[in-house]
Ligand binder design. Structure first.
Ligand code: ASP
Length: 482
């Protein structure tokens, strides 16, 4: 019997996981699922993250050492950052255009939107914020009674523990000075940076610093280190192969847990959650779909050419499936590297440098979603954002996506900053929170695909792209190899 390809096995695991979660919530087995199946999903993510942090470290050192001379490193670094920035701005723009065309927030009934608007005005007054669109419902006595009711509601909303928790994190980011992000990139203690997943930029900084210094010492001294780093990388990549063999089962457990927790003991709840936010979700999904199925393939066609439309998806399938199931570009990074290197044929010199940086700073899906979310929330509250405010969204969503850690829900936390930048109430993230996990899964797929696209374009430009159409994508995860 012909073996089923790994990405199909993962898809089957994913679908079975969802079916299991729905069935078990229907039959009242949620507790069993959460106690006995979901932990394997957590183990899977832990295993991948365990590999990801040292892989970023060694891979960047290896990448820098392989590039050879500092001037080509500078050229490639510049190109990489520029390409990442361009795709990010493109993605925010796609999000903004879509949300302004579809207007998902305006599809909600007028009455609730007026309530929302009053709530917003009460909040804006309490924050001494100027209302930019010049409309004031509160000045109309007719709305006074309504306003009283809404005030309490808004306070209740703000007190929601989950939201408050997320807000503290974002406020910390907000309160610091303009150069704080730069300061945060430089670790004072390297081991501390390694110990915390949120500090990936610090690990990247150290790796670049170490790698560049390595280039400046005599080659008889640097050679053993370069060789050792190369071998260590091989070991980590082999660890990925081994973990990936069990991926279909792990993905089953992961999805059973995630969907199971959403549904609890009532399947109807999942549907309910989506009904209210369906237009918003649909706008995000259309935007993400455009990126994956139209824009990236187009970029590929124009700049890389070599790969066919389906060839690209076949090559990236395992990484995309994993991004969807784990909601974390960092956890997916080891697999992204294997797919891009082995299946797309991008030289290791490029992948080891471009991809780890991309996983951390390039999040096209996240910024697209942030743009849609902010404008949707404004529409829902009858607030017309000015062109200036929309441009602010482009800027802050770009920066917020760069600053987002590559872990689940990071984009949602950073959304608070984007909301604040245009004078909207950050507590509104509570409104879109219920559907956030599923959208997070989808935007992570875009994030990972964007990294792969950019690294292929850079590789092509450097003459380091060798695609082989006939290659079996599963070979990338062959444990028996060597
Ligand atoms: N989960 C996303 C990632 O890891 C980040 C986010 O949008 O929340 O790429």
């Amino acid at each position: 019997m012909k073996k089923i390809a790994l990405h199909w096995q993962i898809i089957i695991g994913l679908i079975l996981g969802i079916i299991w979660a729905l069935l078990s919530s229907q039959l009242g087995w949620s507790e069993f699922t959460i106690n006995w199946i979901a932990p394997f999903g957590t183990i899977f993510i832990n295993l991948l993250k365990l590999i990801a942090v040292p892989l970023v470290l060694f891979s960047i050192i290896n990448g820098v050492a392989n590039i050879g001379d500092p001037s080509s490193l500078g050229r490639m670094g510049g190109k990489t950052l520029l390409a990442y920035l361009l795709t990010t701005v493109l993605a925010v723009t796609v999000g903004l255009v879509l949300v302004n065309l579809i207007k998902p927030g305006k599809l909600v009934d007028e009455d609730s939107r007026i309530d929302n608007r009053i709530g917003y005005e009460v909040w804006a007054a309490s924050q001494n914020l100027q209302i930019k669109d010049g409309i004031h419902y509160l000045q109309d006595p007719e709305f006074m009674d309504r306003a009283k009711r809404i005030t309490d509601f808004s306070k209740g909303e703000l007190n929601d523990a989950a939201i408050n928790d997320k807000m503290t994190t974002a406020n910390q980011a907000e309160e610091s000075g303009p150069l704080q992000p730069l300061v945060d990139m430089v670790p004072e203690n390297f081991f501390q940076a390694l110990g915390d997943n949120g500090l990936m930029l610090q690990v990247i900084f150290f790796a670049l610093f170490f790698g560049i210094s390595l280039l400046f010492i005599p080659s008889e001294k640097s050679a053993p280190i370069t060789k050792a780093v190369d071998s260590i990388m091989e070991i980590f990549l082999k660890m990925v192969d081994i973990v990936m063999r069990a991926a279909p089962f792990f993905v089953f457990a992961l999805l059973a847990g995630v969907v199971g927790k959403m549904a609890g003991n009532d399947v109807g709840k999942v549907l309910e959650i989506f009904k209210g936010l369906s237009w918003y979700s649909l706008t995000v999904v259309i935007g993400l779909g455009l990126m994956i199925f139209v824009i990236y393939p187009l970029i590929f066609k124009i700049f890389v050419r070599a790969v066919s439309y389906f060839g690209f998806f076949r090559a990236m399938g395992p990484a995309q499936m994993l991004a969807f199931s784990t909601s974390s570009s960092a956890a997916t990074l080891p697999v992204t590297m294997e797919c891009v290197e082995d299946n797309l044929g991008v030289d290791k010199k490029i992948t080891s440098f471009v991809l780890p940086i991309g996983a951390t700073v390039n999040m096209d899906g996240t910024c697209l979603y942030q743009a849609v979310a902010v404008v949707f929330l404004a529409q829902l509250h009858m607030i017309d954002l000015t062109i200036g405010q929309q441009l602010t969204i482009v800027l802050t969503a770009t920066l917020a996506s760069i600053g987002s850690a590559a872990v689940p829900s990071a984009g949602l936390v950073m959304l608070i900053i984007v909301l604040q930048s245009v004078g909207l109430n950050p507590a509104w993230i509570g409104i879109i929170l219920p559907v956030d996990r599923i959208l997070d899964m989808m935007r992570t797929v875009v994030n990972v695909t964007g990294d792969a696209t950019v690294s292929s374009v850079i590789a092509k430009g450097e003459g380091l792209f060798n695609y082989n159409e006939k290659k079996d994508p599963d070979k990338a995860f062959d444990v028996e190899e060597n």
